[in-house]
Design a binder for this molecule. Sequence first.
Ligand SMILES: [Zn+2]
Length: 98
Amino acid sequence: MDDSSSMDSVGEGRLDGNAVGGILAGLFGREMTAAPGRCAHCGTVNEMGAMHVYMRGPGVVVRCPACGEVVLRVVETTTAMFVDARGAAFVRIERERG
Ligand SMILES: [Zn+2]
């Protein structure tokens, strides 16, 4: 399988790989585009940077590129950040090496 390219034309509301990386880094406090996550719907593991991310309404929606189901949903309010991760079986975040 080829690695997916962030040079693909982006569809309606869909963010490119760089924007995804920025959002994920903001959420998790580190570079996350290479972090693998497993879709709870179809079981496919994809790097976070390969997921399809849409910015619509009040939040960010991360969808599985294989089945199109929602993996992560993030909504920020003035006081908190809500992360709905029920569509993710896991997201692997490497420990930072000191
Ligand atoms: Zn899936």
